[in-house]
Design a binder for this molecule. Structure first.
Ligand code: HEC
Length: 206
């Protein structure tokens, strides 16, 4: 088959969409796009709720039993708590997740569309020297499922370094607990203000 016509059409459309080898198609949604306003507001609100839920729980666990206890707590509860936020958020919210280029839990590994978002943040950081406030992306799965994704870059605050900072500042017990639960942990060695990863809220396309 001659594939040139569709290739040409892609070029003429300005390559607004990219199709990866996995069959997922993605498109960045600019601020003037009709989809942008709702996605930004809804994604922002749900994202905020997730961060508040997780950090509230981590703070409480730190207070009760210190970092070792809090890591055990995160190990058991971070993913279920994340799923809870999806469940109670209404039918327009399809999924909520955190991901990173330096993972602690491999279950938070990026999917192909998230991979593109992570790379885009890297580019923006390199060219502008600061994190974007958010990114919006339209995703069409191979099976035709569509969603609008809101991504929020997460930067590390001082308190986060107790578990993501320089391991030599950790107690031996904390180092052991991390090594036991996360043998491939890449999420240490950060400094305050460093970019840690992305929060993602998937919304049903209106
Ligand atoms: C008490 C220790 C602790 C503190 C404090 C902490 N984290 Fe984590 N963090 C963890 C653990 C444990 C995981 C893995 C959770 C899991 O199993 O899903 C994690 C996972 C993450 C992830 C998901 C990506 C990945 O690598 O698995 C992000 C993003 C993250 N932390 C950001 C932060 C930020 C931002 C702060 C501060 C606001 C923070 N963390 C504070 C222990 C901590």
């Amino acid at each position: 088959m001659n594939r040139l016509p569709s290739l040409l059409a892609g070029v003429l459309l300005g390559l607004a969409t990219t199709a990866s080898a996995t069959g997922v198609e993605t498109r960045w949604i600019g601020p003037d796009d009709p989809l942008a306003e709702t996605a930004r507001q809804r994604g922002g609100a749900v994202g905020q709720e997730l961060l508040q839920t997780l950090m509230g729980e981590v703070k409480a666990a730190l207070k009760t039993g210190g970092p070792v206890h809090a890591v055990d707590f995160c190990n058991l509860q971070a993913l279920p708590l994340t799923m809870n936020v999806t469940m109670r958020s209404g039918t327009d919210v399809l999924d909520v997740k955190r991901t990173s280029l330096q993972l602690r839990n491999p279950r938070n590994a990026p999917d192909p569309a998230e991979e593109e978002a992570l790379q885009r943040v890297v580019e923006i950081l390199e060219t502008k020297g600061e994190l974007p406030g958010y990114l919006l992306q339209e995703v069409v799965e191979e099976n035709g499922d569509e969603e609008v994704r809101f991504y929020k870059p997460i930067a590390l605050r001082q308190g986060c370094l107790q578990c993501h900072g320089d391991p030599s500042t950790f107690s031996a017990e904390l180092r052991e607990t991390l090594a036991e639960n996360y043998p491939d942990d890449q999420a240490t060695g950060y400094e305050e203000g460093d970019w840690r990863g992305l929060l993602r809220v998937s919304l049903a396309k209106p």
